[in-house]
Ligand binder design. Structure first.
Ligand code: PEP
Length: 257
């Protein structure tokens, strides 16, 4: 993993209003030091309503915490009530946006075509998509996790150029491990992350595949992150629950890097 700087991103989901967000980011910033930022890129993904506050906190300060959104409209503008667009997120200084999180796929019926449109909207607006992929329990039990996740990858990357893919971040998140306390073994994570990198090599080039950061997500904590991130093709973590407490998140960053 020496070639790729690790990324550790906290997905806050539906937690923290803008005032709570300020308090949490301040606590994190106070606890993190230069060595932490040398070791990893560190990002938070708050709800839309907190992005402006986080931007104000981070800009003009030495804080190197990056931030992004949890969703993006596939449209840049228009009659799409309730949506938030790529240009709006770019204007707020977002570096990242999640695309295809399993909770969006499940509760908002986002299929591979929608996820593909969102990945392309992110790239078109110079925001790095964190493309979330992963199998459910049935698929895992049938031993079909690799083929399932590779199919999701191919669906999400239609029309995406090699130049764009070099900046892509992928998060392998087995659905059965998200928010359940059930963590994949380091070997489970490595198996699928390596397969994902291999397929990017086939679709684009091995040089590009070596540059793509592939994270693991699913009940990652300070106590289990080290063994997972030690795996060759795992370049970081997407963290839900354990990103909501500053102390735990900072411990996790240090344990993982
Ligand atoms: C997530 O939402 O991406 C996630 C991995 O959640 P948790 O860490 O809580 O399982």
């Amino acid at each position: 993993t020496a070639k790729r700087k690790p990324l550790i991103a906290g997905n806050w989901k539906l937690h923290n209003n803008h005032l709570e967000a300020i308090a949490l980011v301040q606590k994190m910033a106070f606890a993190l030091n230069e060595a932490d930022f040398d070791a990893a890129d560190i990002a938070v993904l708050p709800p839309f309503t907190a992005l402006r506050s986080v931007q104000t906190l981070v800009e003009g300060d030495k804080l190197q915490i990056a931030y992004g959104a949890q969703d993006i409209s596939q449209h840049d503008r228009g009659a799409y009530t309730g949506e938030v667009s790529g240009p709006m997120l770019a204007k707020l200084g977002c570096s990242y946006v999640l695309a295809g999180h399993s909770e969006r796929r499940e509760y908002h019926h986002e299929d591979d075509a929608v996820v593909n449109a969102k990945v392309r909207a992110a790239f078109a607006n110079d925001i790095t998509p964190i493309l979330c992929l992963g199998e459910g329990l049935e698929v895992r039990r049938a031993g079909r996790q690799v083929e399932h996740t590779l199919a999701q990858l191919e669906g999400a990357l239609k029309g995406v150029t090699e130049e764009q893919v070099r900046r892509l971040v992928i998060a392998y998140e087995p659905v059965w491990a998200i928010g359940t306390g059930e963590v994949a073994t380091p070997e489970d994570a490595q198996e699928v992350c390596a397969a994902l990198r291999g397929r990017i090599g086939e679709l684009y080039s091995s040089e590009t595949a070596e540059q793509v950061r592939i994270l693991y997500g699913g009940s990652v904590k300070s106590g289990n992150v080290a063994a997972i991130m030690a795996k060759e093709d795992v370049d970081g973590a997407l963290v839900g629950g354990a990103s909501l407490k500053a102390d735990e998140f900072v411990s996790l960053v240090r344990a993982g890097t």
